[in-house]
Write a protein that binds this ligand. Structure first.
Ligand code: BG6
Length: 293
């Protein structure tokens, strides 16, 4: 299907009726729906599907840099490029339990890209919807360069929540974090689960592979499972910053929370021919499930 800017989007559906939609612009996930057709990702009503910026919402792929860097665009260029579909994707890997409902997208640098990031790579993004409705994203970065290169990476994930003041994150307590609102200074999380009452922009370091985002009002929990992605960015612009963003509604900060599986603090280095894999699996379960298990 075409989105409103004429760029193709692909819908992958499992036999049970859950679905994921991915745009060839940025390899960005623009929708994830459960069997009942309910949308599970946040997209701003003011989102713009137009280069040169990523659409405000869904899940954007941040590579080769997550965060700000002088020479690259914020959160880097992979999310602002047109990707291609791999019509002959490699067969399922023994570790890939997601089943047959998937698509592989590919990104290789253009001549232009190589001028400011002179490293040849292939980025393969597998977008899968498992039989139980889980959204599975597997990114593989391969060095097809003659020299080693380093990068950071993130799945910039906008979860849809009922009311941010009713949400908490479990799994990040006691961790060290870099506070992007205070010159990336390092602090240690003291409290219990993380709750929200003001702007937040933090990189939690060396986090567990499973964290939970509990939405008390909707009585459901997003379970975020990740591999190869030690860090987690937690972002909510809150009131003042929301008003300054042209592609974000003034009140929309209440309905969304970014929880991004990422590799930031220690960049990944690949030698020629080497490959790195970063997996993210998102599930939604009733909240009672989490307290019982
Ligand atoms: C977060 C960053 O991941 O994304 C924030 O930590 C940033 O600093 C936010 O403001 C939004 O980024 P963007 O590039 O999608 O506007």
């Amino acid at each position: 299907i075409k989105d409103w800017n004429g760029i193709d989007q692909v819908v992958v559906r499992n036999p049970q009726g859950s679905s994921v939609k991915v745009s060839l612009y940025g390899g960005q996930i623009t929708s994830w729906r459960n069997e009942q057709g309910e949308e599970l990702l946040f997209t701003s009503s003011k989102a713009i599907f137009k280069p040169p910026k990523a659409m405000r919402g869904g899940i954007s792929i941040c590579f080769p840099q997550f965060g700000n860097c002088e020479s690259l665009q914020q959160n880097a260029f992979a999310r602002n490029r047109i990707w291609t579909i791999d019509e002959n994707p490699p067969p399922l890997h023994p570790n890939d339990s997601h089943g047959k409902s998937f698509i592989d997208l590919l990104l290789k640098p253009s001549e232009e890209d190589l001028k400011f990031w002179p490293h040849s790579f292939e980025l393969r993004l597998r977008v899968a919807i498992a039989a139980d409705g889980d959204l599975v994203l597997i990114s593989r970065v391969r060095n097809i360069n003659g020299k080693p290169f380093s990068f950071s990476f993130g799945y910039h994930t906008h979860l849809s929540v009922s009311d941010i003041s009713e949400v908490r994150i479990e799994g990040l307590e006691t961790l060290d974090f870099l506070d992007n609102l205070r010159q990336r200074e390092r602090f240690t999380e003291q409290g219990d689960a993380i709750t929200f009452e003001s702007e937040i922009d933090r990189v939690y370091l060396s986090s567990p592979n499973v964290i939970a985002v509990l939405d008390h009002e909707r009585k459901r929990t997003y379970v975020v499972r990740k591999e190869g992605l030690p860090d987690v960015v937690v972002w909510n612009p809150w009131e003042k910053k929301s008003k300054s963003m042209t592609d974000f509604g003034d009140e929309e900060y209440k309905q969304m929370l970014c929880v991004d599986g990422a590799a930031i603090e220690r960049p990944i280095t690949l030698k020629p021919g080497e490959e790195w894999t970063g997996r993210l699996t998102l599930s939604v379960v009733p909240s009672s499930f989490c307290s019982e298990h």
